[in-house]
Design a protein around this ligand. Structure first.
Ligand code: ATP
Length: 370
C-alpha cells in the first residue's frame, strides 16, 4: 500500500510572549497509508491540530517536510510551500462552517463553482454527495433550519464532492450529542468505503478514535508517544502515559527488593509477580481494573480485604487496599464479595514502567494552561 501522507522530521516552534519558545510539534515522522483511517490522539496542547494544520497548509513548518500523494507540498530546506487550495484535500472542522446565506445544494456545490465545473456536472456530483450523506430532499433548505448533525453532513458532503484522496477531519463530531456522534462515526466509515479516501482524524476522545481508526498516533507535549493499531495501543502501551490515556488504568507503585515486589512503603507482604530484568528499585506496575483477579482469601494471591463495593449497571467495582494504595477492581456481577470481606487479588501479566517524571507533569500542566 502506498504512503499517502508522509511527515519527515517535522517540527513546529511558536514564539510566545509569556512562555518563550514552545515546541508544539517535535520531530514528527509518520506515514499514513492509502485508504487508512489514521487518528491523532492526545490531550489538549499535545500538537494534534498544529500537525493537521501543517498538512492542510494553513501553517508553515519550522523544520522538515511533508509529502502528499507522492508530491512534496512543504519543505523548510527547499523553502517550498504549496497553498491549501492546491493540496487537493477534503477538510471538515469542528465548527460546522456552512454558509448560512446559501441553501444546502449551493453549500455543497461551492468548491465546484470555484473550480468552474460545468452546471450539469455540478448537479450530478452534488446529488451524489447529498445522497451519500442522507441529505437528498433538503437541497433548497437553508442551514439554519437544520440540526447540528445535518449541518455537519453538509460539511462532509462539501468535502467529498471534490473527490479528495485525503480527508482531514478535526474534531468533526465534538459539537454533536453522543447518540448522533456514534451514528456519524459509522457514516464516515461508510463514506470512506464508498469513496476510498484516506482519513486523518483528530480527536481527544479515545473511544471515538478506537472505534474509527485503523491506526492511531498518541502524542503528548509535542512528542509522538506511540503509533499502532487501537488493539496494540491498548494491550501493549509503550509507557505509562499511553496506558493511562487509553481505557481505564490501575497503577501500583512498587519497591523491588531482593527479588521480591512490595507495595511502595509497605514491605509486610510481597506481590507475586515476575520481575522484568531491567527493573529499577522503584517501579510502577500497570494493569486494567477488569484484568485483576478477585479471589477468595483462601486462594493464592495478595491477601487483602474489600474496602468498598460499588454496584454499577454492567459490573461491580471494588476498592481494595494494596499496601497503602487503594486499587480499583471491576468484575462481572457474579463475582460477589461484601464490604469488609477478606479476599486475595492477582495481577495478570501487568506492564512495568519507571516511576513518574515530575518535570513532565509540570510541563504538561503549563501547556494546558496556555
Ligand atoms: P487541542 O486539543 O486543545 O486543540 P492540540 O493537541 O490540537 O490541542 P495544538 O493546538 O496543536 O494542540 O497546540 C500545541 C501547542 O502549541 C500548545 O502548547 C499551544 O498552546 C501551542 N500553540 C498552538 N498554536 C499556537 C500559536 N498560533 N501561537 C503560539 N502557540 C501556539
Amino acid at each position: 500500500m502506498a504512503d499517502q501522507v508522509i511527515l519527515r522530521n517535522v517540527t513546529k516552534r511558536f514564539a510566545t510572549k509569556t512562555l518563550g519558545d514552545i515546541v508544539a510539534v517535535d520531530n514528527f515522522n509518520l506515514a499514513v497509508h492509502e485508504g487508512e483511517c489514521f487518528s491523532f490522539l492526545g490531550p489538549s496542547g499535545c500538537g494534534k491540530s498544529t500537525t493537521l494544520r501543517m498538512i492542510a497548509g494553513f501553517e508553515d513548518l519550522t523544520e522538515g517536510e511533508i509529502e502528499l500523494c507522492g508530491r512534496l507540498v512543504s519543505s523548510s530546506s527547499k523553502n517550498l510551500y504549496v497553498p491549501p487550495e492546491e493540496r487537493g484535500l477534503g477538510m471538515v472542522f469542528q465548527a460546522f462552517a456552512v454558509w448560512p446565506h446559501m441553501n444546502v445544494f449551493e453549500n455543497v456545490a461551492f468548491p465546484l463553482r470555484i473550480q468552474k465545473v460545468s452546471n450539469a456536472e455540478v448537479t450530478e456530483r452534488v446529488n451524489k454527495a447529498l445522497k451519500h450523506t442522507s441529505l437528498t430532499g433538503l437541497e433548497t433548505t437553508y442551514p439554519s433550519d437544520l440540526s447540528g448533525g445535518q449541518q455537519q453532513r453538509i460539511a462532509l458532503a462539501r468535502a467529498i464532492v471534490t473527490n479528495p484522496k485525503v480527508m482531514l477531519l478535526d474534531e468533526p463530531l465534538s459539537n454533536l450529542d453522543p447518540k448522533l456522534r456514534e451514528t456519524m462515526r459509522f457514516e464516515i466509515k461508510e463514506l470512506q468505503r464508498e469513496f476510498g479516501f484516506t482519513i486523518i482524524f483528530v480527536t481527544h476522545d479515545q473511544s471515538e478514535a478506537m472505534a474509527i481508526s485503523d491506526r492511531m498516533m498518541v502524542c503528548d507535549m509535542g512528542k509522538i508517544m506511540q503509533i499502532d493499531t487501537p488493539e496494540n495501543l491498548y494491550n501493549k502501551p509503550v509507557n505509562r502515559f499511553v496506558h493511562n490515556f487509553l481505557g481505564e488504568s490501575t497503577f501500583i507503585n512498587v519497591d523491588v527488593q531482593d527479588g521480591k515486589v512490595y507495595p511502595k512503603g509497605d514491605h509486610t507482604q510481597a506481590i507475586k509477580l515476575d520481575i522484568p530484568k531491567d527493573a529499577a528499585p522503584q517501579m510502577v506496575v500497570a494493569t486494567r481494573p477488569n484484568e485483576i483477579e478477585l479471589l477468595a482469601a483462601t486462594e493464592e494471591g495478595f491477601k487483602t480485604r474489600i474496602e468498598k463495593r460499588i454496584f454499577l449497571t454492567d459490573r461491580t467495582e471494588y476498592l481494595v487496599p494494596v499496601g497503602e494504595q487503594m486499587v480499583k477492581i471491576q468484575t462481572p456481577h457474579r463475582v460477589r464479595f461484601a464490604q469488609g470481606d477478606s479476599c486475595a487479588v492477582r495481577f495478570v501479566d501487568p506492564m512495568w514502567y519507571p516511576m513518574d517524571d515530575e518535570e513532565a507533569e509540570k510541563e504538561r500542566a503549563k501547556r494546558q494552561l496556555f
